[in-house]
Design a protein around this ligand. Structure first.
Ligand SMILES: Nc1ncnc2c1ncn2[C@@H]1O[C@H](COP(=O)(O)OP(=O)(O)OP(=O)(O)O)[C@@H](O)[C@H]1O
Length: 571
């Protein structure tokens, strides 16, 4: 399509000169006829040719516009897909970094704002070729006139590129604020935020912040836009002066009789078109060079590489785990953080063992399971699986063999079945497996009560969607863990919204269904925690106790203290 577009543009760029030249011949012929020297037949042939050329020019322009718009859509879709594909291979901690978000944001803007860049570049080339044709015509008449036009137009080009750089620097500097602006806009008008915004009456607060940010943008942009417009007018004046100087010269030549009336129309027409083309080229030069500068951001985003990689030859995940996962003095610090979220972790998760993680908020429980799933690599120490560093296992295989449901699992605005299928998306059409998973997580009864059953749209964002309660959502989310035949299952507090009986049942089933497999549970409810084979107590990211419920109670340490604290609340 691009080649066809370029070819049509090439054809189109030759037409203005041809039309002008035929126009010249027509006028010369009319003048001759007035002097009774012309040929009527020749005149009408010329008029017919000009008519044909005019129609061809119009049809070509329309075909070019059509191809431009199709190419623009394809470009936009293609780049959006590329960005999503690249984002998918990046690491979790890259998504947690503001600098990364700035790059992602700027890359995204390219897909929205730069779709016309390609057609702009092609138009620019087309106009330059047209100018070349017209200039060649003028050159035959007087080369100095071209030089005059060029000299008049160069300051405008330089001015434009200077202001492009200025605008780019400004926009780039504003990226964090733009992201905030988007976030504030989302806070102010979204189904997910509406409840709190109303209850806390936040709309005034949000709107004020929006105004503050947008006014700042307005003021910064205004300054540069005014400067650009003032200089632009001055440079345009220079350009016009050059054009009129040349025009006056041609008129004088005609009056003197050095050139014919037909030549005058041809030259004046060429000049008029050259000037219009130059203006168009100048304006487009702004968009094209701005686009080119912004494309840098686009490519910069694609230069970001994931840090989590497989070292050496990737090993498949063992069919049967024999020794388990061994933490050897594992420590982890989040990006840009001085604090250790986990430190000096030394323990083994044995095959088939159910391990519960206990500790106050922020003691590193979630971090530990993220390290197990290799969402991050340890900052120090290492994690071994059957004696081999996790880094040597095939990453996809590792993740496929670890089923993990986080406390902040996603509530997909999709159907009930799809919400479960995301646990193993390759099996999205396997309704039998989805229903079994739902039965195992106690979500099956819920599906049966919904009007659309498993095809019921969940959430309120889309037509006929049904909202679930917090506990109901959790049952759906837990079903995801049963969608794959994982060797290690991790439940990071996805049961906090379940009532006591439901949580008990869910964990009873979990224990039965994961017999022989390793599992890690995070829960603040000791009624659940005590079901585990061993309990690992964390404090400030470090392991302080490990043992069975009975052993730890007997020990009378941190676990016993936390357990008794909760038990007291029930007395
Ligand atoms: N993505 C992150 N980036 C930077 N710091 C983080 C991030 N996630 C957690 N932290 C910090 O790491 C520490 C441990 O967090 P973690 O989520 O592992 O605790 P947790 O024990 O699971 O807490 P909770 O019981 O509240 O779920 C906390 O102090 C937290 O501030």
């Amino acid at each position: 399509m691009t080649v066809a577009n370029a070819f049509l543009r090439l054809l189109r760029s030759a037409l203005p000169l041809a039309i002008l030249y035929i126009g010249k011949l027509i006028i010369d012929q009319v003048v001759l006829l007035n002097r009774s020297q012309g040929d009527h037949h020749h005149l009408w042939v010329l008029v017919a040719i000009e008519f044909g050329l005019a129609i061809a020019a119009d049809s070509l322009s329309r075909a070019i516009i059509l191809l431009d718009s199709l190419l623009g859509d394809l470009f936009s879709n293609h780049t959006s897909v590329k960005i999503m594909e690249h984002a998918a291979i990046l690491d979790l901690d890259q998504f947690e970094d503001a600098v990364f978000y700035d790059k992602l944001e700027r890359a995204r803007q390219q897909t929205i704002g730069r779709t016309i860049l390609l057609s702009q570049v092609l138009s620019q080339v087309q106009d330059l070729i047209t100018m070349g044709f017209l200039a060649a015509g003028l050159m035959a008449f007087n080369p100095w006139l071209i030089l005059l036009l060029l000299v008049a137009i160069i300051p405008a080009f330089l001015g434009e590129s200077y202001f492009n750089d200025q605008t780019y620097a400004l926009t780039r500097g504003q990226t964090p604020e733009r992201r905030e602006l988007d976030y504030v806009r989302y806070l102010g008008a979204s189904d997910e935020t509406a409840k709190e915004v109303k209850i806390f009456d936040l709309s005034g607060f949000i709107i004020d912040r929006f105004k503050q940010l947008s006014n700042q943008f307005y003021a910064d942009n205004k300054r540069i836009v005014i400067k650009r417009a003032s200089w632009g007018s001055f440079f345009a004046l220079l350009g016009s002066s050059g054009y009129y100087a040349a025009y006056v010269y041609i008129i004088i030549q005609t009056v003197n009789g050095s050139i014919s009336l037909g030549q005058l129309t041809f030259l004046a027409g060429s000049f008029r078109q050259l000037r219009a083309l130059l203006e168009g080229i100048l304006t487009r030069f702004t968009t094209v060079s701005q686009g080119a500068v912004y494309l840098r951001d686009f490519f910069e985003f694609f230069e970001i590489q994931p840090k989590i990689k497989v070292t050496g030859k990737p090993k498949p995940f063992p069919k049967v785990v024999l020794q388990g996962f061994k933490f050897e003095d594992v420590g982890f610090k989040y990006l840009h953080s001085e604090r250790w979220a986990n430190r000096h972790l030394n323990f083994t998760l044995h095959p088939g063992e159910k391990l519960a993680l206990v500790g106050e908020n922020g003691t590193g429980k979630t971090t530990l399971v993220k390290l197990l799933a290799r969402l991050y690599d340890p900052t120090e120490g290492r994690i071994l699986l059957d004696g081999t560093d996790l880094k040597e296992y095939d990453l996809n295989d590792l993740r496929m063999n670890i089923g993990i449901i986080f406390q902040d699992y996603l509530r997909y605005q999709m159907t009930f079945a799809q919400n479960i299928a995301v646990g193993n998306i390759q099996q999205k059409e396997n309704r039998e497996l989805i229903e079994i998973a739902a039965k195992q997580s106690l979500a099956d009864g819920l599906a049966k009560k919904l009007p659309g059953q498993y095809d019921q749209m969940l959430g309120k964002r889309f037509y006929e969607g049904v909202e679930l309660s917090g506990g109901e959502w959790q049952k759906v989310a837990i079903a995801r863990a049963y969608m794959r035949d994982a060797q290690l299952l991790i439940l990071d507090e996805p049961t906090s919204a379940l009532d006591a009986r439901a949580e008990y049942e869910v964990f009873q089933r979990f224990a039965e269904l994961t017999k022989g497999k390793s599992a890690v549970l995070i829960s603040h409810r000791f009624s659940t925690v005590r079901m585990a084979d061993r309990i690992l107590v964390l404090e400030k990211g470090e392991l302080v106790e490990i043992g069975s419920h009975e052993e730890l109670l007997l020990k009378g340490g941190r676990y016993a203290e936390l357990f008794n604290l909760q038990a007291m609340g029930y007395r």
